[in-house]
Design a protein around this ligand. Structure first.
Ligand SMILES: Cc1cc2nc3c(=O)[nH]c(=O)nc-3n(C[C@H](O)[C@H](O)[C@H](O)COP(=O)(O)O)c2cc1C
Length: 210
């Protein structure tokens, strides 16, 4: 198998495409779609978004020091694309998409109520990298839609129909292939395995840590 060597570029895919809401709500609100985002630390929980300085949202987030990462679902994917091709300079994206801005619990930027997971972030550092500036932020609260919680308090994230973005296209999640640590987990007898199968993310059991 031969390889072609390309010039350096960004080809880490798939990635999330999230709707980042910002502004000093209720006076001000906007949404920008962001693919350059992710988790960078567990404790304290920290995330990042990278923005081009020319984005309308850039100045808002720089000034307020706050934003919300709203996760995108199959239902929201068209809205997500819209927020990535229209600017808040000339469009009220909440109004155009009939999305609900709601007061966040800890910050002044609004959450998008229709998104099942809203990650409230407070900016710690802005790192100019080149085309994009990275906003490193601490997660100060997470709002989740109660409809995806079960009686035991478990959040069934994958039932929200999350979407991802891969090389210019949006995709829903496909077939489940495994779960955290399954490569080293001892196989259970078939009958038991089917009985215990679930769509939720579970931590591997300690007894597998040998
Ligand atoms: C799927 C997708 C991903 C995007 N990711 C980013 C990104 O990571 N950073 C960025 O600055 N712009 C990104 N954009 C472009 C902005 O969302 C777009 O320029 C938007 O209109 C800016 O909105 P604003 O001017 O209201 O801030 C992306 C657009 C799409 C469609």
């Amino acid at each position: 198998m031969s390889k072609e060597v390309w010039k350096a570029g960004t080809l880490v895919y798939p990635v999330p495409a999230v709707m980042v809401s910002c502004g000093n709500y209720p006076e001000e609100k906007n949404i920008i779609t962001v693919a350059w985002t992710g988790t960078v630390n567990t404790n304290p929980p920290m995330a990042y978004i990278s923005l081009r300085p020319e984005r309308f949202s850039y100045d808002i987030i720089k000034r307020t020091g706050e934003f919300v990462i709203n996760l995108t679902t199959k239902k929201l994917v068209k809205a997500c694309d819209f927020c990535g091709v229209k600017s808040g300079r000339d469009t009220d994206k909440f109004a155009a998409l009939e999305l609900t801005a709601q007061k966040a619990s800890k910050i002044s930027a609004p959450i998008i109520y229709e998104s099942p997971v809203n990650i409230e972030c407070r900016v710690k550092q802005i790192i100019p990298l080149g085309s994009h500036h990275m906003f490193l932020a601490e997660v100060v609260a997470v709002d989740v839609s109660a409809e995806y919680m079960d009686k035991t308090g478990k959040f069934h994230f994958n039932k929200t129909n999350p979407v991802c973005y891969s090389h210019g296209e949006y995709f829903a999640l496909g077939e489940k292939l495994g779960s955290f640590g399954y490569s080293i987990r001892k196989k259970k007898p078939d009958a038991l395995q089917n009985k215990n199968s679930s769509t939720t993310m579970k931590k591997p059991r300690k007894k597998n840590k040998k």
